[in-house]
Design a protein. Structure first.
Length: 166
C-alpha cells in the first residue's frame, strides 16, 4: 500500500507543480487508504528537495508536447478541492485522529480492545516445564549434536557436512 501510493505521489509531483503533501492529498481523495509510512514520506521529501527539478526537466525533454499537463493539473486541483470537502465532512482524515477517537477511514490508531499478552518463560527451563501443558519431545532434549560442536546446516553452504566435500 505505501509503495504504490508513494509512486503515484511522485508521478503527480513530476507532472504538476504540486508539492509532495499536495500530491498525497490528491491520492487520498481518490483512494480510501493512502498513508505512506515515515520512510516513504522521507523519500518523497528527498525526491522533492533533490531530484524533482531534474525529473521534470527530463520529462519535458522526453515528452516535449506534454499535451495533457494542463488537464492533469486541472484534475489535481479538482481532487484537492474534493479532498478539502471530504475533510470538512469528516469522511476522510489526514492520519492524525486522536487516540481513542473513531477514524473515518479506520486507519488511525484507536483505543485497543486487545488484552496485553502474558509473557511466557523463555529458555529450556520454561520449555521443559510446559507452561501451556506442552512438553518437549525427547529428541529435542538431547544435546549430543550441539555438545560435540557439530551442527548440520540447512543452507547450501552446509552441504559439505552431508557429502564429505568442502
Amino acid at each position: 500500500m505505501s509503495r504504490s501510493v508513494t509512486v503515484a505521489v511522485a508521478y503527480i509531483m513530476s507532472v504538476t507543480p504540486l508539492t509532495w503533501r499536495e500530491a498525497l492529498k490528491v491520492v487520498r481523495a481518490g483512494r480510501a487508504v493512502a498513508n505512506p509510512n515515515m520512510g516513504f514520506q522521507r523519500q518523497l521529501q528527498d525526491f522533492e528537495t533533490y531530484k524533482l527539478v531534474e525529473e521534470r526537466r527530463r520529462l519535458k525533454e522526453r515528452y516535449p508536447s506534454l499535451a495533457l499537463a494542463d488537464s492533469d493539473l486541472a484534475e489535481c486541483r479538482v481532487m484537492l478541492d474534493s479532498y478539502q470537502d471530504m475533510l470538512k465532512q469528516k469522511t476522510i482524515c489526514e492520519g492524525k485522529c486522536a487516540m481513542g477517537r473513531q477514524c473515518p477511514t479506520g486507519v488511525c490508531r484507536t483505543g485497543s480492545k486487545r488484552q496485553p499478552r502474558t509473557r511466557r518463560p523463555s529458555g529450556a527451563a520454561g520449555a521443559e516445564a510446559g507452561s501451556a501443558g506442552l512438553k518437549r519431545s525427547p529428541s529435542t532434549l538431547s544435546t549430543t549434536s550441539t555438545a560435540s560442536g557439530y551442527r548440520p546446516r540447512s543452507s547450501p553452504a552446509g552441504l559439505y557436512s552431508y557429502t564429505g566435500r568442502k
